[in-house]
Design a protein around this ligand. Sequence first.
Ligand code: PLP
Length: 349
Amino acid sequence: MPVPGTDVVDLRSDTKTLPDAEMRLAMSEAEVGDDKSGEDPTMRRLEEMSAERLGKEAGLFVVSGTMGNLVAIKTWTRPQEEIILERESHVYLWEGGGIAALCGLLPRLVPGVNGIMKPADVEAAISDGTNVHKGPTSIVELENTHNMAGGTAMSVRQTQDICDVAHRHGLRVHLDGARIFNAAVALGVEAADLAAPVDSVQFCFSKSLGAPIGSMICGDRDFIEEARRVRNVVGGALRQAGVIAAAAIVALETGPPRLHEDHAHARMIAETLAELPGVFVDLATVQTNIVNLELRREDVSAPSLCRALGTCDIKAIPRDEARIRLVTHKQVTDEDTERVCRVLREVLG
Ligand SMILES: Cc1ncc(COP(=O)(O)O)c(C=O)c1O
């Protein structure tokens, strides 16, 4: 098994981490049963632990963040309704149009600042259903941290203000909290504080928390009961799922306390980049484990920089001709970060 911190530094995503020895041991020893019939004790424990951490009544395991968002949104909505989302939200851009194809929803996009929508803009985008030409808005979708904006964290106040508007109009709010623990660490609050104003939240074990598989939807008991039915419809009910729940339990217990290290590594990389000629990094957006950089020079493009990094055993992928997203995670050590900064100075300095 590759040893974390040696050889290749993979900055493409925090989904690239490998399960550690503690996770593999927990998986091999997990007590299991048929989860579709509610008989898997390890999965039941994970769902209870997760709900408690997020301050909600109940939890439902799903195999991915995409499935978590889809199942939650489908549970809250009916076809022909409208969903309000931030213009660069993951649900809109990167989840295969599931909200249209499988939920029958019309996306109503609102631009955000660093991924965060203004409550007044959300309010202006609401369709109240009185106009026969339009479907009524039934849900607002939020993302914390915001992936495309560079891992920016939305505060409890900002979340509450949008939820107040939505709830005043009788709408539900679903939070894509794939990296909610990163947001909590960056803001110095609990994940439950960030989830308190919303009706449902999805978070991922398989990203910064370091587990190999899985996400969790949390909400009140009635919602989760209905979501369980929807999960079954999309083929997401599992059998002896405790083997993957066991790794997720380790991730939930050991992941959050070390996320500040990932944030410090991202900061170091961002500050190094910001000092290099023709490289733009908005340091204000580097709040968690993601660094978005833009090359503003003739001699190097994003693909050519990624190739150069590749020859030094540093993996990165371009977003387009000028931009690259770098992500730190559990397997990027202090030494790796120093090496990345050194190589960046050599290649771009
Ligand atoms: C903010 C956000 N939401 C949802 C997802 C989807 O997660 P998955 O890849 O597990 O489907 C991602 C994946 O990167 C993400 O960044």
